[in-house]
Write a protein that binds this ligand. Sequence first.
Ligand code: PRP
Length: 215
Amino acid sequence: MSSMIDIALPKGRLGETVYDMFEHAGFDCPALREPGRKLIFENREKGLRFFWVKPSDVAIYVERGAADVGVAGKDILLEYAPDIYELLDLGIGRCRMAVAAKKGFRDDTERTLRVATKFANIAKEHYGKKCRDIDIIHLNGSIELAPILGLSDVIVDIVETGKTLAENDLEPIETIVPISARLIANKANFKFKSEKIERICRGLAAVSAEFRRGR
Ligand code: PRP
């Protein structure tokens, strides 16, 4: 097994902040700052290799051991329940999983509730606890359109600022769970590389308060 630590970063705005945290904690990789479309970067001296993956794929890379560690949203961990260690709440990428509907929506409990979402398992668990019959309509994005076009009664989706809901005449009606970014590790690789991985975890924990507040 390689002695490098392989790190899966979520591509996009959250990933940029995550990498800032790694860099700030001393786990830097200058090549990653160079412009271009490369997806994989190494810092041989520090024994680190970073790669950019689609945010919803980070947990797959880590679960299968293609990455030793990675950063994934709690939404993805709840939805796919990957067999990984969740090491640390980074306190960034904070938002909530919520139920939303058209303004003035009243639930008719005599009828099956049509729920549009990317997060079918989270929605099923939420309504299962209430013994509410639902029909899941699985969409891949622009979930907010579903109640407007009569495709669903409600949506289960991520709400950050609430702007997308407000601008589409929807309103949140329930919070299901708060969400933030988590440092995760592959279970088997953690055994072999625990010292290095724990050092990364401690380093990120030490800088997380500063990033939580927004720098
Ligand atoms: C997410 C979510 C909402 C939006 C909420 O979408 O699905 O649409 O962010 O943010 P707000 O409360 O700050 O308006 P994302 O940008 O991740 O794209 P998606 O449509 O692919 O889900």
